[in-house]
Design a protein around this ligand. Structure first.
Ligand SMILES: O=C(O)CCCC[C@@H]1SC[C@@H]2NC(=O)N[C@@H]21
Length: 249
């Protein structure tokens, strides 16, 4: 992969509180998709209000997309972004079998978490005005296992796991090209091909997993991701579709 995709802008910051916060600040003034890359974030956030470790050398970026569509449809871009991340990892490492996708939107490297995605959005009612896709990749360093929730997959870094040094800028080049390809596919053909491609790279498909929210927990065989991006589990009480949860192996 090489070059930079047509129609996508790029801003590179030395330091920012969070590229997601910066995305919210610039969203009203942008006319097209814009990548924001920061070398350091001082207040990076992860899913479910968790803090995210973003030291210099790791990849911290947000893609801001002006969109005028229902939130449910826009949210499927977490799968678009996951696929793009997978392709970017393959492009920079030359390896594919080491990587897998964990529902809803983590990337695993040899079973450890190497990247995470957090979507944020703004708009009026059910229709959005912009979507921000925040992406963090442990290129150089991963937080220690004591710093993540008990039972979560252990964090890993690309450098220490595969011995590969990749700069955030080089990773952004690969990711931006891959993202633009999948975004065009999503725009032209909808979620179906994205869903199929995602499941081909899914971790633990047809295996027993646990899905947990603040209120409930389910055990079941991970059968598929449905047409709405929900996790389909075959439990002792039958098939269920889970719209949002944390997954444990
Ligand atoms: O919890 C997760 O797995 C999602 C982590 C998302 C982290 C990225 S780093 C760039 C962007 N800015 C943030 O504050 N968070 C996201």
């Amino acid at each position: 992969m090489s070059g930079w995709p047509d129609g996508y802008g790029r801003r590179i910051l030395a330091s920012v509180d969070s590229t997601l916060s910066e995305a919210a600040r610039i969203a009203p003034e942008i006319a097209g998709p814009e990548w924001i890359l920061a070398h350091t974030q001082t207040a990076a956030r992860g899913r479910r209000g968790r803090a995210w470790s973003a030291p210099t050398g790791n990849f911290s970026a947000t893609l801001v997309l002006p969109v005028a569509e229902p939130a449910q449809h826009a949210a499927l871009r977490s799968f678009v972004a996951s696929l793009a991340l997978y392709d970017a990892f393959v492009a920079v490492s030359g390896q594919s079998s080491a990587f897998a996708l964990k529902w809803p939107n983590d990337v695993l490297l040899r079973g450890g978490k190497v990247a995470g995605i957090l979507l944020e959005s703004a708009g009026q009612g059910h229709v959005l005005s912009h979507l921000a896709i925040g992406i963090g990749v442990n290129l150089a360093a991963a937080p220690s296992v004591q710093d993540v929730e008990a039972g979560a997959v252990p964090p890993v870094a690309l450098r220490t796991t595969l011995g590969i040094n990749v700069t955030p800028e080089a990773f952004l080049d690969a990711l931006a090209v891959a993202y633009a390809n999948y975004e065009a596919q999503f725009r032209d053909f909808g979620f179906a091909p994205i869903r199929t491609a995602w499941m081909q790279k899914a971790a633990r498909l047809n295996e027993m997993i646990r899905a947990r929210t603040a209120r409930e927990e389910w055990h079941g065989i991970f059968r598929e991701v449905d047409a709405d991006g929900q996790l389909v589990l075959e439990t002792a009480k039958g098939r269920i579709s889970v719209p949002a949860a944390d997954v444990y192996f």
